[in-house]
Design a protein around this ligand. Structure first.
Ligand code: FES
Length: 390
């Protein structure tokens, strides 16, 4: 293989990318700290003082709305030590106090002596707050590039635009490397015939995705798989598309089978926490949102049928990679059948591995770019003066 880990000409990928501690560490600065990442639904931050905790790569972060109406994103850590300022997924506080020595923080600079370390780039997009740790990164829409067109395929399926139903995300731990989940959601429709067959039949999800008419599109910083047919407006091809799987690189994935948006958080080389938001249309009636939430929970909750199906396979691949001596995995399905048309990016048959190859091409390219250091490492922190002992 000419390329270090992935060869786009043959579609071969070395399985040690799922087991190497060195690659995992490199990804933090070259992939996660350089990318725009999903932080929280905007609706969860509509009141001053509202906060949401999550993480960017391995860094814990806190999105916090200040009294000036701005939502800022901070490292969720006291500058005096490593204590987290907030533990709950959601809450509301004007001041957060570190439990260790009682230093107090506010979301608005100047409101208290201290502010937490701020993530430099924050934007609202399509019902969600996104943030990026790279000060030099282009604005989110430019960063996504042509994938913005594909994101629109997803958002226009929801009446009034995307909204999250339920007051909390669903969370589950998977014993696998994060890339396996992000890659599969780029466009692995054919496992719907095998791995997810029983789940599909039990929950009456209809024909397997791979048996439907559709295509894959790899465009900008993402990839989507859509079924085609039954649309109303021939002027815009997106009206004729139904999104089934998509990943905005690196770790934000859509799954149309459960109306879910997943964020794959890397917790270790072979440990991933998935945070799942259940999507509904902003204009949908409550009864519809409840149905969507129930389906999402059945499929993607910690004991969800799809969660269990996928974890069984992805964890086995991760475990195999730990003892392998550099086994090449074959992602060559549909190689040579890619095409270009009036749609953005490249297209392929629906049952193909073009999108998975696009994911690894992008990932490998990222690894060869200069990495962004952790935010705390490039900031000078003014500590409050401590009272002199008597
Ligand atoms: S570690 Fe936070 S106040 Fe000491």
């Amino acid at each position: 293989m000419p390329a270090p880990y992935f060869d786009p000409k043959t579609g071969l990928l070395l399985d040690r990318v799922f087991a190497s501690r060195r690659i995992f560490d490199l990804e933090q600065g070259s992939v996660f700290r350089k990318s725009w990442l999903l932080i929280a639904p905007t609706d969860w931050l509509d009141e001053p003082g509202a906060f949401v905790t999550t993480s960017m790569g391995r860094d814990p972060v806190l999105a916090w709305r200040a009294s000036d109406g701005r939502t800022r994103v901070f490292i969720n850590r006291c500058v005096g030590g490593s204590s987290r300022l907030a533990e709950d997924e959601r809450g509301s506080m004007e001041v957060l106090t570190c439990p260790c020595h009682g230093w107090a923080y506010a979301a608005q600079a100047g409101a208290t002596e201290l502010s937490p370390i701020a993530v430099p780039r924050v934007e609202a997009f399509s019902g969600f707050i996104f943030a990026c740790m790279d000060e030099e990164a282009p604005p989110l829409a430019d960063w996504m590039g042509d994938f913005g067109w594909c994101w629109e395929v997803i958002s226009r399926r929801y009446a009034g635009g995307l909204a999250v139903c339920g007051g909390a995300s669903l969370r589950a731990r998977l014993a696998c490397n994060w890339k396996l989940a992000a890659e599969a959601h780029s466009g692995d429709v054919y496992s719907d015939l095998t791995l997810s067959k029983a789940t599909r039949e039990v929950l009456d999800l209809g024909a397997a995705l791979a048996e439907r008419r559709g295509l894959q599109i790899a465009a900008g910083r993402g990839a989507i798989a859509v079924t085609v047919g039954g649309g109303r407006s021939p002027e815009d091809p997106r009206e004729d598309m139904t999104p089934v799987l998509a990943t905005l690189f690196p770790n934000i994935s859509y799954d149309g089978r459960g109306s879910a948006l997943h964020v794959w958080h890397p917790r270790g080389v072979a440990e991933t926490e998935v945070q799942t938001y259940c999507l509904a249309g902003r204009d949908d009636a409550e009864v519809h949102s409840l149905g969507a939430r129930r389906r999402c929970q059945q499929l993607f909750g910690p004991a969800g049928l799809m969660t269990q199906d996928q974890d069984a396979v992805w964890s086995a691949i991760s475990a195999g990679a730990r003892t392998s001596r550099g086994h090449p995995l074959n992602l060559a399905m549909g190689l040579g059948r890619e095409r270009r048309s009036n749609l953005p990016g490249r297209q392929s048959d629906l049952a193909s591995e073009m999108n998975q190859r696009a994911f690894y091409e992008w990932w490998q390219e990222q690894l060869s770019t200069p990495s962004v250091p952790p935010l705390g490492d490039r900031m000078t922190v003014d500590r409050p003066s401590r009272p002199a002992p008597n």
